[in-house]
Design a protein around this ligand. Structure first.
Ligand SMILES: Cc1ncc(COP(=O)(O)O)c(C=O)c1O
Ligand SMILES: [Zn+2]
Length: 430
């Protein structure tokens, strides 16, 4: 890597290790902390940021790179497909049902490949291209893999994408349509992760006992755009936080409910909201709620136990159809639990039936198509409202992290089950 070729923005000072607090030069260090292996977080000198709410508002609302001064790389270097700048849609029926002042749905389904993952991959693939990578690689539940394949195509890079075989047809098919090297692995996202590490580091000693080995593993030179291995995914996703606050005229909502798997998006929203508060653009930051499916809820479980980190859910105990949040071993759970606590929020799990019902409710009462995974935020918000977590005047923002049409099979199957059970005329009044 040639140090001279890495273009960074003025305020982007360093990569800070969340574990040992070491500070690293982003021209030299590209992924985890060289000192301790910890997660690196891009750190900004906010005094060097010259934008104001007025100058931001004057800019066209067309991509997340309009927050260029708060991103690691300049817009001129961005590998972009006009990701971000998604609508914040008011949902009066949901507000009435939840008994709150207003509900807004941040519709990340409008992104180039249909999910919020595009924000993270735009930032991470920009880093890859700045660092002169030829090939990127990751494991994913599905959407991030599809997104990585798209951004790799945009940047003329190869993408190696490890997905569990439960990943949706669209995500698998589109990874290949974009020219990505799709590796489908039997099992869960954790199995796809093991296959990824085997390719990058070589099989573990246990796997190779009694066999001959030699040479570099095939993925030794791959540039990772994997969650919290690259420092840039949550940093790209923080623009969701910036946008929500800007779209509410630089006011913070009272609560944000987020369908949580690895927690990258929730940490991004937390970071973005704090940046805006430190810059003086807003007075407050929202309470953050992690919503999960009961069939895989390690973060909710840790939150309810008051633990500092999660306990992994055994694969045999995963029972949810919500692929994006079927993450049994979210490595960044300590950061996530801290962020939730600091924000004054919480965590909530609902079952798949309630989640898929919530997707139908939104589609029928608000006309908005939301993904099965994302509907966990809606059913989670209903459960929180029942518990009295929100005030009568509160503004609540729900993240629709992905487009409904990526999950047509799951949604339609649920419709079929409801019709069979004679329940079709219930909650939605349809
Ligand atoms: C649609 C959707 N929503 C939410 C998530 C969870 O992502 P996070 O890591 O931000 O918790 C995923 C991850 O795959 C996803 O695809
Ligand atoms: Zn460290």
């Amino acid at each position: 890597m040639d140090e001279q070729t890495v273009a960074t923005t003025t305020a982007f000072e360093a990569l800070r290790c969340v574990d040992c607090d070491a500070s690293h030069d982003p021209a030299e260090v590209t992924h985890r902390c060289p000192a301790c292996g910890g997660i690196l977080d891009p750190e900004y000198d906010l005094d060097a940021v010259t934008v104001t709410p007025e100058t931001l508002t004057a800019r066209p609302f067309e991509s997340m790179w309009r927050y260029e001064e708060l991103l690691p790389f300049p817009r001129s270097a961005a590998v972009s497909l006009a990701e971000g700048a998604t609508p914040l849609l008011e949902c009066p029926s949901l507000a009435e049902e939840m008994g709150v002042g207003a509900v807004y749905l941040k519709d990340e389904g409008r992104n180039p490949t249909g999910t919020f993952k595009d924000r993270g991959q735009s930032a991470a693939v920009t880093a890859a291209s700045q660092h002169d990578a030829d090939e990127i690689a990751l494991n994913s539940a599905g959407n991030a893999g599809q997104s990585a394949a798209a951004y790799a195509a945009r940047a003329d890079l190869e993408a190696h994408v490890f997905l569990p075989d439960r990943a949706g047809f669209t995500q698998q098919a589109m990874t290949e349509v974009h020219g990505g090297d799709l590796r489908t692995v039997a099992g869960e996202i954790t199995d796809a992760g093991s296959a990824y590490w085997d390719a990058v580091e070589g099989p573990s000693d246990e796997d190779t006992a009694g066999t001959e080995s030699g040479g570099d593993p095939e993925g030794a030179s791959w540039y990772s755009t994997k969650t919290f291995v690259t420092p840039y995914r949550h940093d790209g996703k923080k623009t969701m936080g910036h946008e929500i606050l800007e779209q509410l005229d630089f006011r913070s909502p009272d609560a944000v409910v987020y369908p949580t798997g690895g927690g990258v998006g929730l940490l991004g929203v937390h970071k973005g909201a704090h940046e805006f508060r430190e810059l003086g653009f807003v007075d407050d930051t929202p309470a953050l709620y992690a919503a999960q499916a009961e069939g895989c809820a390690p973060v909710v479980d840790a939150w309810e136990r008051g633990a500092d980190e999660h306990e992994a859910v055994p694969e045999s105990e995963i029972t949810t159809a919500c692929n994006g949040i079927a993450v049994p071993d979210p490595g960044a759970s300590p950061l996530l639990l801290d962020a939730i606590e600091e924000s004054g929020g919480g965590a909530v799990a609902t079952d798949d039936h309630a989640i898929l019902d919530a997707a139908l409710t939104v589609a029928r009462t608000e006309g908005i198509e939301i993904g099965a995974t994302c509907a966990a935020a809606v059913s989670g918000a209903f459960a929180l409202a029942d518990r009295g977590a929100f005030g009568a005047d509160d503004t609540v923002v729900l993240l629709n992290t992905g487009a409904g049409n990526k999950d047509v099979d799951t949604l339609r199957a649920h419709l079929g089950e409801r019709e069979t059970a004679g329940a079709d005329q219930t909650e939605t009044g349809a």
